[in-house]
Design a protein. Structure first.
Lengths: 331, 331
């Protein structure tokens, strides 16, 4: 392979469809999209921007479920094949062992990252109704222990790296403001203990038109011999609002705030009906990727139009080759 | 005294004028204001929002000096009496022993806090031209060692507490956005080592009309038997822009994110010519307070109209009595 996957696991049962004949794209959609419909649990207005990971002999996940009062909630779910999901009808009730940790007010856009011995959940949490990065961990996707928020408001899209790097836990995030933020760069922060964070580094700013308003990390980065492969969303502001697409970037393995190679164009933009039509038109928003370390296959879960959840596929080799051929090497 | 000062030092040479006969205000201005004029160093367009502390047998400080290209710079300065200042004509060149710490781009609104054995400077620093809380320390106000930024962007008004509390260094700050932020609460963050920060707590939100747009910590909090006395600025948005005033609040000594008593009104608002007229009309902005532990006298340095620097006076007893009589006890 162009970039051997490091630290990954064999995942022969990864959701997968071969690339359609004649397809010139680097990413291709699952033919039966969306895989999770907006009403897959009774209380739901919509289920999108959600995270799935290998778990046991199947998969588990944390799902953004907006209810019919439009409260933003997190629900756990399980699947044998990564395509058909059993999402819990009740929201996650986080265990808080410290009364200073604020009770859950809302949560959205979760990511799940397995580190060492447990699954860490990061999400956009409310601190006095101001968004910042909430954190919790679970061993079984039944009991979730909420820990300290990583950062001060205002922040969104907190995405952890799956191992310590140079002795530090690391998290990407997108500092924001209190509303539908019209700016946003990706930053990296470091922590010795997952409670206190510092040594903040700037990673990348919006650059091309498709991402000119703001960018944010998507799924947990995939470690390859050549660097950390990160899918990230970018936003263009049209005359009728934000348009969310996504692309990929390769980050340095030891100093992952350094960009090695960056996509010049988006890899996927909202073009299908289920991506263009819904509560928020024209949004594709990746929050999780499964990877098979043997074949380099990648299955990306992405939210569609803030309404439902879909799958698309690619391989590590395909993305790295694309970055090599058409990507940008920063100064 | 109503609230005995804890951990303070005798400061018999504190700048001081007695309260004028007939004055009904809790704070009163120095009659010779402004004490630092806009052109007190040759390169300056303006000198304001600056910090002074006791140093040797006199005083030292870090000053916001905007130059005539309107670059925002920090300059050190010295004074025998706290009123007549010798401000260095050249800006502070921070020593950076770690190349990952970004070179100085701009800095403004410094605070200086003596902790343990040295003077810490916090200020609004640029990280890739985005504002956040920069940090440095000095022993002599000649050499300044820059350390890691405390937080991710976007943040302003980082103000340290002068000692560890429950084993933690603590800092107040005002998370913001990328521009002339139209919102802002005071938060508190904790650190075991001044590099990594966490356990963020919400302290207070805007409440009264005079502060309805945003609030931020001012000088380093003054420890009294009854709690931490904090002066803080608040902003009202008029039809012609922001109006900065300031007031006081008493915070819990052990859990200083808990408000004990809060001013219902401002203590000082822009009313004199030098506060109303200048580069930014209608701004009084406190960044430092000297305190005499023997008498409870307080001398506050405050920026005026983003142009010059003035002094006003009060006592710990006066402010605590005012908070007792007319302040708000939060729920």
């Amino acid at each position: 392979m162009n970039g051997k996957i490091i630290g990954g696991t064999s995942l022969p049962h990864i959701p997968w469809q071969d690339k359609p004949a004649g397809c010139r794209d680097v990413l291709w959609r699952y033919t039966e999209n969306p895989v999770i419909r907006r009403d897959a649990v009774p209380c739901a207005n919509s289920i999108f921007n959600s995270a799935a990971v290998p778990f046991g002999d199947g998969f588990a996940g944390v799902f953004r479920v907006d209810d019919r009062a439009r409260n933003m909630q997190l629900h756990a779910g399980f699947s044998k094949d990564g395509i058909h999901w059993d999402i819990q009808p009740e929201r996650i009730e986080f265990v808080r062992n410290d009364p200073e940790i604020q009770p859950f007010q809302y949560g959205y856009d979760p990511r799940v990252c397995f580190i060492e011995d447990r699954y860490y959940v990061t999400w956009c949490n409310a601190l006095d109704w101001k968004p910042t990065i909430g954190m919790a961990y679970t061993f079984d996707f039944r009991t979730f222990y909420q820990t300290e928020n990583a950062f001060l408001p205002f922040n969104r899209n907190g995405v952890m790296f799956p191992r310590k790097i140079n002795g530090m836990y690391m998290m990407l995030s997108r500092p924001s403001d209190s509303g539908h933020t019209p700016f946003g760069d990706i930053f990296l922060s470091q922590s010795p203990d997952l409670t206190f964070w510092g040594k903040h580094r700037h990673v990348m700013s919006p650059q091309a038109p498709w991402e000119s308003t703001k960018i944010g990390a998507g799924p947990v980065p995939i470690e390859t011999e050549r660097g950390w492969l990160l899918f990230y969303h970018g936003v263009l502001t049209s005359c009728n609002g934000f348009v969310y697409s996504f692309s990929a970037v390769l980050l340095d393995r030891d100093e992952p705030w350094k960009v090695l190679r960056r996509g010049r164009e988006y890899l996927l933009s909202p073009q299908r009906d289920y991506e263009c039509v819904g509560d928020v038109p024209n949004v594709v928003f990746p929050c999780a990727a499964l990877t098979d370390a043997d074949t380099g296959r990648i299955a990306i879960y992405y939210g569609c139009a803030d309404t439902c959840t879909s799958l698309c596929f690619t391989t590590v080799d395909d993305v790295l080759a694309w970055l090599d051929e058409s990507g940008i090497a920063p100064r």
